[in-house]
Design a protein around this ligand. Structure first.
Ligand code: MN
Ligand code: MN
Length: 302
């Protein structure tokens, strides 16, 4: 098969999806005003490991206008606020087979419409997804659903193809009717993830990154940078990670921050900047992973 989706692969994808779904259920229980974001992320990641799986990336916690790519840092003292929305984006892998799923929690009733917009957009997308569908068709449904609630889809964030040990394969599933997205979704694994906002509908990068990944490279690193690279690569290959997982004291954390800069300078590390809504709009997101086979669609994270 073209995508290499043999029985064993599908089994592991379903297993990852099941763990991810339960992790989302746990997230919904944990997110309450005043709870530390560090506690939320760590509890979910520990849960994933207890289930015999691994995080495919650090748990992303996006509060209000933060759309994506924020994971609590070492000694993060921020807490879930009283008002607004909280997005929890969770990745799980079993032997490199990935499930990617996200949920948004409204902290007050005034944001329930915004949350409903992305939830319903995802539902509608899942209703039409079938082997061979054009990515554009999904984008159209996502956009019209979000607009019917009076919100904007985020146009520069999209769903994506997934491959073994690779979260973003390069295949894009737009969140709007992008006429260029005429490619068909053939056999393979895909994440569909509508984002809705009361802002402009675009995200921008902040100058901070809390999530990184390694590039596969023959390096000429030495000392601490070399041993850190080897340690992370052995555990993660090129999957994203956070320094939270590797530091056990402030001094160690500060040392790792320096090493990260060295690795970035040597082009063997990628930084994922925090993404925020351009005009400060609040953002909601829902995401599921689908496995498309020759004839069927399996939603692994439901
Ligand atoms: Mn995700
Ligand atoms: Mn995703």
């Amino acid at each position: 098969m073209r995508s290499g989706l043999d029985e064993e692969a599908v089994k592991k994808l379903i297993q990852a999806g099941r763990v991810a779904k339960r992790a989302v259920d746990l997230a919904v229980k944990l997110v309450k005003h005043g709870v530390s974001v560090n506690y939320v992320a760590t509890s979910i990641e520990n849960y994933i490991r207890e289930q015999g799986a691994e995080p495919a990336f650090p748990v992303n916690i996006g509060v209000n206008n933060v759309a994506a790519h924020y994971t609590p840092v070492y000694n993060d003292d921020s807490t879930i606020p009283e008002q607004g929305v909280v997005k929890i984006d969770i990745g799980v892998h079993v032997d490199g087979y990935i499930a990617d799923t996200a949920v948004t929690i409204a902290l007050s009733p005034v944001f329930e419409g915004l949350v409903e917009a992305s939830r319903r957009a995802l539902e509608k997308a899942l209703e039409i997804v079938r082997p061979g569908i054009r990515a554009l068709e999904i984008g159209k449904v996502v956009e019209s659903t979000i607009r019917s609630y009076g919100f904007n889809p985020i146009r520069n964030l999209s769903g994506h193809g997934i491959e073994r040990y690779t979260i973003h394969s390069g295949i894009v599933i737009p969140n709007y009717g992008d006429i260029l997205a005429r490619h068909r979704l053939l056999e393979g694994v895909y994440a569909i993830e509508p984002f809705a906002t009361n802002g402009s509908g675009f995200v921008k990068e902040l100058d901070i990154a809390t999530i990184y990944s390694l590039r596969h490279a023959k390096t000429t690193l030495r000392g601490g940078a070399m041993s850190f690279y080897e340690r992370v690569y052995r555990e993660r290959l090129t999957l994203p990670f956070t320094l939270r997982w590797y530091a056990s004291s402030v001094d160690e954390y500060n040392g790792l921050l320096k090493i990260v800069e060295e690795l970035a300078g040597r082009k063997v590390l990628v930084k994922y900047p925090v993404l925020v809504e351009k005009t400060g709009g609040y953002v909601s997101q829902h995401e599921h992973t689908v496995v498309i086979t020759e004839r069927d669609v399996i939603v692994t994270t439901i």
